[in-house]
Design a protein around this ligand. Structure first.
Ligand code: PLP
Length: 400
């Protein structure tokens, strides 16, 4: 772990284009020729290294991005997909079938929550949602049918931190697969190095970073990735959430600057979180000492990438939250939009947007209050100037 540096691993990948280009050539084909029928047969049987059969299975461009993301997470292999949900859903369906049980954090992305709560029961898969920060509660929820332990490194939107090392020990003890969604904390946290079996990202967010596409990835052992892509029973191969080669080539180029962007996102978010907390605003940011998991997170991160770009503030009511977000947008401080990891700041009220799939009572129980605003802090060059303008908005709306 000490010598593991995800940004160095990405930097060290050298791919030449077909004509000596500095970027790898884009594979602009859905199907591939074979010089012999025998090779085609062997490729379908999964016995031919370096041969491509059909782009729903894999393509040269997707394989470059697979390799880069596996290098970033320190796993043997990876499989990119057309969206984050296109990585999460086949992964879970590959691991679980009728009669199986999942223990999941209750503070996860609303789409994942809806999939586990409303969709997978149709296939006979049950999920128990728990407070992932309470290991005794997690342990108590495990049954003889449990196959998967599921969480996000830093949860959406409450920024709770999962103790991946401890969860991994628990998973090993009960023979479970620990699946960690690391979307909020690329480079900052390396879950596989802490014991996670499978690491998932929505590439839509920080990794791509320009809010111009959706994408996802599953990083895991070569065996698991092969099973996802198996032509007879692989959930990715058969459900077909394939990323297009043009997109994987563009995401690959953005990945090359992720380390610089993460540092700036983290520095800016840390600056604003400290200031807002000092101003008396209820602020949640894992870099603040007031965060319940601050020490845990500090020991989990690759420190140079910081505590990440996500923070929340609570301004009391939904009305105030909406007024503030509209005013901040008017003053060009960011966009009132869901999603995260963009170069400009994005803000939204999770209770009425990204977590609206979670019933109101459950939102209350988990501390998702009406006045909560989730910020994905952008790459602003002069964050003091941003702070002053945001503070002015708060003063005008009697929040400060
Ligand atoms: N995981 C997390 C933590 C997310 O925030 C999201 C999307 O908001 C997803 C997964 C789903 O990703 P996508 O929208 O790319 O399907």
């Amino acid at each position: 772990m000490k010598n593991f540096n995800p940004a160095n691993n990405i930097q060290d990948l050298q791919y030449f284009g077909e004509f000596g280009g500095v970027n790898p050539s884009i594979s602009d084909s859905s199907t591939y020729t074979f010089l012999s029928a025998k090779t085609m047969f062997d490729t379908f049987e999964g016995n031919m290294e370096g041969c491509y059969l059909y782009s729903r299975h894999s393509s040269p461009s997707n394989l470059y991005l697979d390799q880069a993301l596996a290098a970033m997470e320190g796993t043997e292999a990876a499989n990119v997909s057309a969206s984050g949900m296109g990585a999460i859903t086949p992964t879970i369906l590959q691991l679980c079938g009728t009669g199986d049980h999942i223990v999941s954090s209750r503070t996860i992305y609303g789409g994942t929550y809806a999939f586990l709560k409303n969709f997978t029961p149709r296939l006979g898969i049950k999920t128990t949602f728990v407070d992932i920060t309470k290991l005794d509660v997690v342990q108590a929820a495990i049954t003889p049918d449990t196959k998967v332990l599921y969480c996000e490194t830093v949860s959406n939107p409450l920024l709770e931190v999962a103790d991946i090392k401890e969860l991994s020990s628990l998973a090993k003890k009960h023979n479970l697969t620990l699946v960690v969604d690391n979307t909020f904390s690329p480079l900052s946290v390396s879950p596989a190095k802490l014991g996670a079996d499978i690491v998932i990202h929505s590439l839509t967010k920080y990794i791509n970073g320009s809010s111009d596409t959706v994408g996802g990835v599953t990083c895991a052992s070569q065996d698991f990735i092969n099973s996802l892509k198996n032509v007879n029973n692989g959930a990715s191969m058969l459900l077909g959430p394939t990323m297009d080669s043009l997109r994987s080539a563009s995401i690959m180029k953005n990945l090359r600057t992720l380390h610089i962007r993460m540092k700036q996102h983290s520095n800016n978010a840390f600056f604003l979180a400290e200031r807002f907390e000092k101003d008396g605003i209820k602020t949640v940011y894992p870099g603040l000492e007031s965060h319940p998991s601050h020490t845990l997170y500090k020991n989990m991160i690759n420190p140079e990438y910081g505590f990440g770009g996500m923070m929340t503030i609570d301004v009391g009511t939904l009305e105030k939250a909406n007024e503030l977000m509209e005013l901040m947008q008017e003053r060009n401080l960011g966009y009132l939009a869901v999603s995260l990891g963009f170069y400009k700041t994005l803000f939204s009220a999770p209770g009425t947007s990204t977590s609206s799939e979670i019933p109101l009572e459950e939102q209350k129980e988990m501390g998702l209050t009406d006045g909560l605003i989730r910020f994905s802090i952008g790459l602003d060059n002069d964050i003091e100037r941003t702070y002053q303008s945001m503070k002015q908005c708060m003063i005008e709306l009697n929040i400060l």
